[in-house]
Design a protein around this ligand. Structure first.
Ligand code: AVI
Length: 315
């Protein structure tokens, strides 16, 4: 993590009206641990729903790739994760005697080492090539390989981007793919508030701690004095918009000092910092994000309750 960038982003975000902070800073060591706990909360249906798709429909997903006899492919995963969904797909490729290489890309070498270790335990002969660095840089290098690529971008990670960011992400991604390559894009589907909101406001308070941990991180790394007793987790969701939003709300008028950027910020009573968006998708929203890029939707696999979707997208 680049400390200067962190300072700059906090300064810019808290100087705006309304105040905001980038959600990518949730993920320090404690944030990673809390996110693992969130994924196990009964209210957080996303991970289980996508897991069900990979457990039950990996055969159909692979069939949608149209792999020719004798063809060698590369399965490239953006954002390493723990591989527990991907492994079902890899098992199925092995069952069908497809020759493939698994290439997880992540900015964290720690995450990649853990993943490689676990995958090799499950599949000792796995041909795995971990790549540490920027997604697009790495994809650009991979573009030279003659083998067709299946890109996995799972877990609703695209949901934490604004629509503008998602559009430019998809445009950059498509520039780094060759015709015939495919993208498996995992997205949370738009549904009623009664299901979505509790996923971002679990009864055990793990998501609250996850959100507040951002202030703790700023306190520690940027020498600030946020008083966590006077900020509360304040999530919201409207089905018509399809975006869950998380805020931290100041429960009183207070002044917070951030030493390392030599700045103080006033928070009015009930003033909020916007910390995260979690965009939910449907076919129209995805079509808008793909826009005029040379990608097109081929198929969508959903879990039995249609909570989550894994879109198969062609370059
Ligand atoms: C990582 N990302 C897809 C999660 C989500 O659902 O937006 C992050 C998260 N934030 C709160 N709970 C989970």
């Amino acid at each position: 993590m680049n400390l200067e960038q962190f300072k700059q982003d906090v300064l810019t975000g808290l100087s705006q009206n309304p105040k905001q902070l980038p959600s990518k800073y949730f993920y320090d060591k404690r944030g990673d641990e809390l996110f693992v706990q969130i994924m196990n909360m009964p209210e957080y249906y996303l991970t289980r729903a996508e897991m069900e798709i990979f457990q039950q429909q990996s055969y159909e997903i692979i069939s949608s790739f149209n792999i020719q006899k004798g063809e060698e492919i590369e399965v490239v995963e953006l954002g390493a994760g723990d591989g527990t969904k991907t492994i079902h797909l890899l098992f199925e490729l092995i069952r069908f005697r497809v020759t493939f290489k698994y290439i997880p890309i992540d900015i964290s070498s720690n995450a990649l080492n853990g993943l490689e270790h676990r995958m090799k335990e499950e599949i000792p002969n796995l041909s795995i090539n971990t790549l540490q660095g920027d997604y697009f840089q790495m994809l650009n290098d991979l573009k030279k390989s003659p083998n067709r690529k299946i890109i996995l971008f799972l877990g609703s990670n695209i949901g934490n981007m604004s629509d503008e960011q998602a559009k430019s992400f998809i445009a950059s991604l498509s520039q780094n793919l060759n015709p015939g390559d495919k993208l498996v894009l995992g997205v949370d589907l738009i549904k009623e508030k009664e299901i979505v909101l509790p996923a971002y406001n679990d009864a055990a308070g793990i998501t609250r701690d996850f959100n507040l941990n951002l202030l703790e991180r700023i306190n520690r790394e940027l020498k600030a004095n946020f008083d966590l007793a006077h900020f509360v987790h304040d999530p919201e969701y409207t089905e018509s918009e399809g975006i869950a939003k998380s805020f931290l709300k100041s429960t009183k008028r207070q002044v917070v000092k951030i030493e390392s950027i030599e700045k103080s910020f006033v928070f009015e009573e009930n003033e909020r910092i916007h910390t995260e968006i979690s965009r939910k998708y449907n076919d129209q929203i995805l079509a808008n994000i793909i826009g005029k890029s040379p990608l097109e939707v081929q198929d969508c696999f959903t879990d039995q309750k249609s909570l989550f979707g894994d879109y198969i997208i062609n370059r």
